[in-house]
Ligand binder design. Structure first.
Ligand SMILES: Nc1ncnc2c1ncn2[C@@H]1O[C@H](COP(=O)(O)OP(=O)(O)OP(=O)(O)O)[C@@H](O)[C@H]1O
Length: 277
């Protein structure tokens, strides 16, 4: 099923969805990187954003997370207009992300990496931190316990004392997710989460994403190049090509969509030598 660039949204999309990006356009000088794209993330959903190189995925993602201000359009989080809200504030409001290139503190332990991320939710001010008041010590103990629980949750509980840089690549990705979850997100935005994972880690990742959705009630948005991951994991897929939304639907809809096949493979079916999984 192919969708127009501006699908008609029924009801109040800003209220019914955790996230609603309404008619987003982003221009860089003369280049229209994203062209009038509307997009929703329903509660407890696993959604993917795909498209060939240069399609506008990262640019759109950056508008959602607040790194870019859209030229036109509005972003709502649980009905609240967050278009002008800065990235760190959005993170504290419940939009947590991981990065394509892992960004951990390599010389801190796994546990410390998660504790640092909790900072926006901690109450202690600078004075009580310096004086190490009983309240501050209690809060630190609780933060440490929560960090350990999160590390257990993502499957690297035994590595709590390891320096982040000594963890395997797959475990560093898990640590990034634990850190994002420390923000108690409503939406978890994952940029290329399975890059560099082996097939077994990739399968475990799929199971993990469903657990996050079902047990924690968090919605997950993925940008991912690996089609086999996308097709297995997504409840809904949105496809961008040259800044325009060319299709939206279930994995089966997308797999059989002629426009999507052409966008990826070219009309002759040979572009980049790829196949849709
Ligand atoms: N900061 C910027 N300034 C100017 N042009 C940009 C900027 N960021 C992205 N673009 C351009 O916008 C278009 C969309 O790029 P974007 O990185 O969003 O695509 P993408 O789908 O994420 O691609 P890839 O899969 O290769 O990462 C490209 O033509 C890119 O060159």
């Amino acid at each position: 099923m192919s969708a127009p660039a501006t699908p008609a949204l029924t009801g109040d999309a800003a209220v019914d969805n955790v996230l609603y990006a309404d008619h987003i356009t982003i221009r860089f000088g003369g280049l229209v990187a994203v062209n009038d794209v509307s997009f929703t993330i329903p509660p407890r959903s696993v959604i993917s954003l795909i498209g060939p190189n240069g399609a506008g995925k990262t640019t759109f993602f950056n508008v959602i997370t607040g790194l870019y201000e859209p030229t036109e359009g509005t972003v709502f989080l649980e009905g609240e207009d967050i278009t002008m809200v800065k990235p760190h504030k959005r993170a504290a409001m419940g939009l947590a992300r991981t990065f394509q290139n892992i960004r951990l503190f390599g010389l801190m332990t796994a546990e410390e990496n998660v504790m640092v991320a909790m900072h926006p939710h901690l109450k202690s001010g600078i004075i009580s931190t310096v004086l190490r008041t009983p309240g501050q010590r209690r809060e630190e103990r609780e933060a440490r316990d929560t960090a350990r629980e999160l590390l257990q949750y993502v499957g690297i509980g035994k590595s709590e004392g390891e320096l982040a840089r000594n963890l395997s690549y797959g475990d560093q990705r898990r640590l990034e997710i634990a850190r994002a979850m420390a923000l108690r997100p409503k939406v978890l935005l994952l940029d290329e989460p399975t890059a560099g994972m082996n097939p077994q880690e990739s399968q475990q990742f799929n199971d993990f994403v469903y657990r996050v959705r079902d047990e924690k009630g968090i919605s997950v948005l993925l940008i991912e190049h690996d089609m086999s991951v996308i097709m297995k994991i997504s409840e809904r897929i949105t496809v961008l090509d040259r800044g325009t939304m060319i299709a939206e639907g279930t994995p089966d809809d997308i797999r059989n969509n002629q426009q999507v096949i052409e966008a990826y493979l070219g009309k002759t079916g040979t572009r980049e030598g790829k196949r849709l999984a």
